[in-house]
Design a protein around this ligand. Structure first.
Ligand code: PEP
Ligand code: MG
Length: 756
């Protein structure tokens, strides 16, 4: 038997049908309505490679050094070609097509998904690339099944298994083929309140296919249903402007406007709410834990598409406290010796280590406080050991501020002269919220490292239509960033990876070759993309001002500029001197080839459509198809904000506000100049006007908007952005939870306002 029906699959058939197949089978077996379908078993794949005699060749082709990117690419291509070039036996073809024909009427569309099996591998999702093909017809079906088999040998999957030492011949792959549900309405259901853990069913519902609700592109209706009485306690009816539907001609999923007479209609009937409640009870009983369910209504029937445990509810059944801040130190007051900017929250005491040269770094011991003029990429290992960081120079967006926030180390920056005020070895206490430094030690119970707070075991993640993402600059912070439950990375800066080389890109390439430079970028980005997969990771091409490059080997060749912030940086440098820019784009291409389809490309400091079109041309030359990949630009200059319509016409998918720069260029305030720091204001009405107008235009033309500047972590900016309909907000690691809750609060207020 090449295939088994989902009706006949049980949870312990994991080896036969893989993780996805088993969970759909389990739902079916529990009497829950799952769209009909079948699984091409893992044995079918195994028999295919063994009977064709390609198994040995396949497994030996992928035994390569996983850090050698060229070898990895070749291994993937060999394996892919072997599988795709080997014909499927006639009896298997017939069996799959027979099963397909009895799934739906006539020319039914099906979804084809890989479902890997892996003995002893704790997370089977890593066993292979989880390929999904939607809207597949009979004609394409067999090729798609083979594509799923080949997905077991994506570069990403080979890399992962080789790195973990996991044998390739221990992983098999099944393929789930399921009827596509052309839902009239759909949404998600939580069998407990995901924030409070209360015994209530929460349902979100919108018209059309579920993608619109799951991706947050539409504000859905919200129903709160008591599980004790079955009563609908509140039904908040949203203005549902758009819906996802299947295009009848192409079969593709497209966004359409909701007809005016249905926009304000309640989506769910009482009968459907009752049915969902019934299904919610069943599925929670079955799994013995609160569930997060995707559902759809088609032809009067409620279907369940997927069920997962709710990860936000702690073991005692309640949700984690949303209160993250503990009381501040009690005795911060008159004894404050010095003030700066509180750049990374937390209170820490330790011995001051005055670091003036790099060779002092090995003297920084665990628990010391680094006091330095300004931090450099080479200091990161010492910064990790330190209990706190103090700098003379720099603002909230300086290297020290960004890195310490990501590492979760309290920091006070821009103190002016801490390096000459404190003695080496003197015990001091820093408060990274208030930006103060005092002499002496704070009692242990008052000290507070932000790491634990920002990393709860079960992060509370309220449901929000606006996505909340996280900013990452150092790949080492990826795990901590992912643990926040953020919806992806809104900005991954590659400057840090490049500055860590200790040489300018030009010098590094001169000494090590182009390929080594591409490899460096690939390996840094991969660490983050892997950690977040499949959540999206927006990676920005290089944007380092010349003064940052000057400190590196080869920096003597950098142009001397009066104001590097207004100078040779961002896309203007990339376009003027495309040699290294092209290599960055090649790194993106490599990542896509390796299977990191969650990576998105972002261009910094564009001014107009001309910049964007040229950058796009380079992207195409590097072999990246802009139609297939998500790509976009930073909005960091008033020129970019004012040209948004033309930028949109050049094909961007998203525009992300870089408020650190947008503020400095709108107000003519150098963000690194402490003399004008008091008038640097990201909430200045002029900055907000540029942002608000840009969001409005982007909404009209279907371009997503986001913020990835420091201001995205500020509640007032969050309120402004959500009020104006931004698509996502990217915050610092330590701010993600607060931003999630702030977004939720604003969205709830908007919903209530819309029904008043
Ligand atoms: C910004 O300008 O807001 C931004 C995020 O970019 P950077 O801080 O790296 O200039
Ligand atoms: Mg910027």
């Amino acid at each position: 038997m090449a295939v088994v029906w989902l009706d006949d699959v049980r949870a312990d058939d994991l080896d036969l049908v893989g993780g996805k197949g088993a969970s759909l089978g389990e739902l079916t077996g529990a009497g829950l309505p799952v769209p009909p379908g079948f699984v091409v078993t893992a044995n079918t794949y195994r028999a295919f490679i063994e009977n064709a005699g390609i198994d040995d060749e396949l497994f030996s082709a992928v035994e390569v050094d996983h850090e050698d990117s060229a070898a990895l690419k070749e291994a993937h291509e060999t394996a892919h070609d072997l599988i795709m070039g080997t014909p499927m036996p006639a009896e298997v073809r017939e069996e799959i097509l027979d099963a397909y024909r009895s799934t739906g009427e006539g020319d039914a569309f099906v979804a084809v998904r890989s479902s890997a099996t892996a003995e002893d591998l704790p997370d089977a999702s890593f066993a292979g690339q989880q390929e999904t093909f939607l809207n597949v017809t009979e004609e394409e079906l067999l090729e798609r099944v083979k594509e799923c088999w080949a997905s077991l040998f994506s570069e990403r999957a080979i890399y992962y298994r080789n790195r973990k030492g996991f044998p390739h011949d221990k992983v098999d792959i099944a393929v789930v083929v399921q009827q596509m549900v052309d839902s009239e309405k759909s949404g998600v259901m939580f069998t407990r309140h995901p924030s409070t853990g209360d015994k209530k069913i929460i349902i979100e519902a919108a018209w059309g296919l579920g993608e619109a609700v799951v991706s947050g592109t539409v504000s859905p209706d919200n129903y709160v249903v008591s599980r004790d009485t079955g009563e609908v306690e509140t039904a908040t009816i949203a203005d549902k402007k758009t819906m996802c539907v299947r295009d009848e001609e192409t079969g593709e999923t497209v966004m359409r406007d909701v007809p005016n007479d249905r926009r304000h209609d309640r989506v769910l009937t009482d009968g459907e709410v009752d049915r969902l409640l019934e299904l919610g009870e069943l599925v929670e009983d079955h799994y013995e834990s609160p569930q997060d369910v995707e559902w759809a209504v088609y032809d009067g029937e409620v279907y369940m598409l997927q069920s997962r445990p709710i990860t936000t509810i702690s073991e005692d059944g309640g949700a984690d406290s949303t209160e993250t801040k503990t009381a501040s130190a009690t005795n911060v007051g008159d004894d404050v010796i010095m003030r700066g900017l509180g750049a990374s929250p937390g209170i820490a005491s330790g011995r001051a280590r005055i670091v003036t040269k790099l060779d002092h770094l090995d003297q920084v011991a665990e628990g010391d406080i680094i006091v330095t003029e300004m931090t450099m990429p080479d200091m990161v290992p010492a910064m990790k050991r330190a209990a706190g960081i103090v700098t003379d120079e720099g603002g909230m967006t300086s290297h020290a501020a960004i890195v310490s926030r990501e590492l979760g180390v309290p920091a006070v920056v821009g103190t002016g002269d801490a390096t000459t005020t404190f003695e080496d070895g003197e015990v001091i206490t820093i408060d990274g919220d208030k930006g103060t430094i005092r002499e002496g030690e704070e009692p242990e119970e008052n000290q507070r490292q932000p790491v634990e707070e920002a990393r709860p075991k079960t992060p509370v993640k309220p449901m929000t239509a606006t996505e909340v993402k996280v900013n990452v600059s150092i790949p080492e912070a990826a795990e901590r960033a992912a643990a926040t439950g953020a919806d992806g990375v809104g900005l991954l800066r590659i400057e840090h990876m490049v500055l860590t080389l200790g040489k300018t890109p030009e010098r590094f390439i001169e000494q090590n070759g182009e390929r080594a430079y591409v490899d460096e970028i690939v390996s840094g980005v991969r660490e983050v993309a892997e950690e977040f997969y499949p959540r999206p990771v927006r990676v920005r091409t290089l944007d380092a001002p010349t003064d940052e490059f000057r400190q590196l080997e080869g920096g003597e060749n950098e142009p001397r500029e009066h104001n590097p912030m207004l100078g040779y940086r961002g896309i203007r440098r990339g376009l003027d001197n495309p040699n290294t820019f092209r290599l960055e784009l090649q790194a993106f291409r490599r990542l896509f080839d390796m299977g990191y389809d969650n990576v998105e490309v972002m261009f910094p400091l564009v001014n107009d459509a001309e910049d964007v079109l040229q950058a796009k041309e380079h992207m195409i030359e590097a072999g990246i198809d802009p139609e297939k990949r998500e790509w976009g630009v930073m909005i960091e200059t008033p020129a970019a904000a004012l040209s948004i319509r033309e930028l949109a016409d050049s094909g961007i998918d998203f525009a992300s506000f870089g408020t650190n720069d947008l503020t400095q260029y709108t107000l003519a305030v150098d963000r690194n100049n402490e003399h004008v720091a008091n008038i640097y204001d990201e909430l200045h009405p002029a900055v907000l006007k540029l942002i608000g107008d840009t969001i409005e235009t982007c909404r009209e033309v279907g371009v997503k908007t986001s913020i990835c500047g420091q201001a995205g972590s500020k509640p007032k900016m969050v309120q402004f952005l959500v009020d104006n309909g931004v698509s996502s907000i990217s915050a610092n690691i330590d701010a993600v939870r607060d931003v999630q809750h702030e977004v939720k609060r604003v969205e709830q207020r908007l919903l209530l306002d819309s029904v008043r």
